[in-house]
Design a protein around this ligand. Structure first.
Ligand code: GLU
Length: 498
C-alpha cells in the first residue's frame, strides 16, 4: 500500500442520475475523493446516464450541489472545458466504436431474442432449479445488425473469472453462472457494463472505488478488459451503508414508509442537512467514519486531517449503519470547535430569516453574546431559532414546569425584588447582570431566608417561559431593561400574591 500511496491515483465517482442523492451514495464519492487527494491524484465526476428510462429530472444538479457542499471538488467533470466527455449520453459514438471492434474480432454478437423467449428460458431454468441466465442462444447464429437487435459480449463459458479486490482479495466467479450480457441496447445506448469499462479505461482510472453491490458485475468487466486487451484498474468494493434496520438505503422512496422512517430518510439527504444547519466538515467527518478508521481513537478531524490519514487498508469490509444520533454528535463536536464569531456568522442567517424585524441583529456584539449564550444547546445551526427565541419575543406561553415555578410560594418576592433592583439603564452589561443577581440572592437570603434555588428558577421561568436554556445572567444582559420589566409584570400575573 505504501507504494500506492506514492503513486497519484485517478479515481472517479460515477453516479447515475436516477434518484435523490443520499449520504450512502456520497460516502462512496467521499472515499474515492479521499484516495485521490491523499495520493495527490485526481478525482473525476462522471455522469452515467445511459439508462434513459430511469432518469430523474434535476438529479444531476442535486448531486453536484451535494458534492460541492461537502467540499468534494472534482478535477474533471461535466462542468470542465470538455465537459460532455463526462456525461455518458454524449459519448455514444465512442461506445459504438468499441462495440464494433468487439463485433469485428468475434468477442461480441447480435442477438434478437424477444422478451417472450427470454421469459420462457428463465422459467425453464427456474423449474430446473438453475440460476436464471441468458442461454447464449444467438452466440453462434451470426446475425447481422438490425432493428430491435442488441449486442452481447461473448463471455468464457467454462472455468472461472478471478476478480482481485483491494479489500477482499481474490474472488472467484464460475463462468457457467453468467449468460452473455448485453453491452449495447436496441435503443443504441450502451449498458452500464460497457460504458463504465470504456470510460474507466479512457479516463485512466487507476482505482474503481464503488459500492459492493457492483461486485457481481465485476467479472463481466474483467472479461471486457481482457477482450479489449486493456489493463483493468484496481477494484475497491465498499460495504454498504444501511439504514437502522440494516436494509439498503434506496434512492427512491417505495411510498410505504412510516412517518418515523420518512423523517430518518430525510436525514440522509444533503438538502435536509444543509437546511437544518449541519456543518459540511462534520458530515464529511461522520461519513468518513462510516467504514473507515484512522487507526487511533481520534474521531473529530478536519477534512485535511482525514485526507492526510486516509488509506485503503483501513477501510472496513462490513456494512455501516447510518445513525442520526452519531451524526448529531459529530456535528455538535464540530460546532464546539468554532469561535463565537465564526458560529455567529453561520447562525445569523437563521436568526435573520426567523426574526426579520429584530433590530438587535444589526449589533454584532449583541449577536455574538447571544450565540455564546445558546451555543451549548445546538445540535445543528437551525436550532438557534428555538434556543434564542427568548431574546426576540416574550414568552407566549409557559411550560407546565415554568408555571409551577411561578406559582410556588416566594416566586412573587423574587420577581418583585428583581424588578425593584433593575437600574434605569437601557441594557445591563454582563458584569452588571452578574452583580445584580449576586446582590439579589444576598438580599433575599437575609430578608426572607430564600435559597438560590427558590430565586433564580422562577426568574428564568418568568423571562423565558421555560426552565432550561441560557444562563440567567446572559438572559438579563441580552434583554433590554424595559423588556425585562415588562416580562416580570406579565409573569407576576401568574404568581400568587403574598
Ligand atoms: N452508475 C453506477 C451507480 O450509480 C456506478 C457504479 C460504478 O461506480 O461503477 O452506482
Amino acid at each position: 500500500m505504501s507504494e500506492q500511496t506514492r503513486n497519484p491515483a485517478r479515481t472517479r465517482y460515477a453516479p447515475s442520475p436516477t434518484g435523490r442523492t443520499h449520504l450512502g451514495n456520497l460516502r462512496t464519492a467521499l472515499f474515492a475523493w479521499l484516495w485521490a487527494r491523499h495520493t495527490d491524484g485526481q478525482f473525476i465526476l462522471r455522469i452515467e446516464d445511459t439508462d434513459r428510462e430511469r432518469l430523474v429530472a434535476g438529479a444531476q444538479e442535486e448531486l453536484m450541489d451535494a458534492l460541492r457542499w461537502l467540499g468534494l471538488n472534482w478535477d474533471e467533470g461535466p462542468d470542465s472545458p470538455n465537459g460532455s466527455r463526462y456525461v455518458q449520453s454524449h459519448n455514444l459514438a465512442r461506445y459504438r466504436e468499441v462495440v464494433q471492434h468487439l463485433l469485428d474480432c468475434g468477442r461480441a454478437y447480435y442477438c434478437d431474442c424477444s422478451p417472450e423467449r427470454l421469459e420462457i428460458v428463465r422459467r425453464a431454468q427456474q423449474a430446473r432449479g438453475q440460476k436464471p441466465r441468458y442461454d447464449n442462444h444467438c452466440r453462434r447464429r451470426r446475425l447481422e445488425a438490425g432493428d430491435q437487435r442488441v449486442v452481447r459480449l461473448a463471455l468464457p463459458e467454462n472455468g472461472e473469472t478471478l476478480v482481485h479486490d483491494v479489500l477482499r482479495g481474490t474472488i472467484r466467479f464460475e463462468n457457467a453462472d453468467h449468460g452473455d450480457p448485453i453491452i449495447l441496447k436496441s435503443d443504441g445506448y450502451p449498458t452500464y457494463h460497457l460504458a463504465s469499462v470504456v470510460d474507466d479505461h479512457d479516463m485512466g482510472i487507476t482505482h474503481v472505488i464503488r459500492a459492493d453491490e457492483w461486485l457481481p458485475s465485476t467479472p463481466i468487466h474483467v472479461n471486457l478488459y481482457a477482450a479489449l486487451g486493456w489493463q483493468p484498474p484496481q477494484f475497491v468494493h465498499l460495504p454498504l451503508v444501511t439504514d437502522h434496520e440494516r436494509r439498503k438505503i434506496k434512492k427512491r422512496s417505495d411510498g410505504d414508509q412510516s412517518a418515523e422512517y420518512a423523517e430518518y430518510a430525510e436525514m440522509l439527504r444533503v438538502a435536509t442537512l444543509r437546511e437544518r444547519g449541519y456543518l459540511p466538515q462534520a458530515v464529511l467527518n461522520y461519513l468518513a467514519f462510516l467504514g473507515w478508521h484512522p487507526g487511533s481513537t481520534e474521531e473529530i478531524m478536519t477534512p485535511e486531517e482525514i485526507v492526510a490519514r486516509f488509506t485503503l487498508e483501513r477501510l472496513s469490509t462490513s456494512p455501516a449503519v447510518f445513525d442520526v444520533d452519531r451524526l448529531n454528535w459529530f456535528n455538535q463536536q464540530h460546532l464546539k470547535r468554532l469561535s463565537n464569531a465564526e458560529l455567529s456568522a453561520l447562525a445569523l442567517p437563521y436568526l435573520r430569516a426567523a426574526y426579520p424585524e429584530a433590530a438587535q441583529l444589526a449589533d454584532p456584539a449583541w449577536c455574538e453574546a447571544l450565540i455564546a449564550a445558546v451555543r451549548d444547546e445546538l445540535i445543528a445551526l437551525a436550532d438557534v431559532v428555538t434556543a434564542a427565541r427568548f431574546a426576540f419575543e416574550p414568552p407566549q406561553t409557559f411550560t407546565t414546569e415554568a408555571l409551577a415555578l411561578l406559582q410556588a410560594p416566594n416566586a412573587t418576592v423574587a420577581l418583585n425584588a428583581l424588578n425593584d433592583a433593575l437600574p434605569n439603564v437601557a441594557r445591563l452589561t454582563h458584569a452588571q447582570a452578574e452583580e445584580l443577581l449576586k446582590s439579589l440572592r444576598d438580599q433575599l437570603k437575609q430578608a426572607h431566608q430564600l435559597s438560590g434555588k427558590q430565586i433564580l428558577p422562577p426568574i428564568r421561568a418568568a423571562l423565558t417561559g421555560s426552565t432550561g436554556g441560557a444562563h440567567l445572567a446572559d438572559i438579563l444582559a441580552l434583554l433590554s431593561v424595559a423588556d425585562l420589566r415588562e416580562r416580570l409584570q406579565r409573569a407576576l400575573a401568574h404568581s400568587p400574591t403574598l
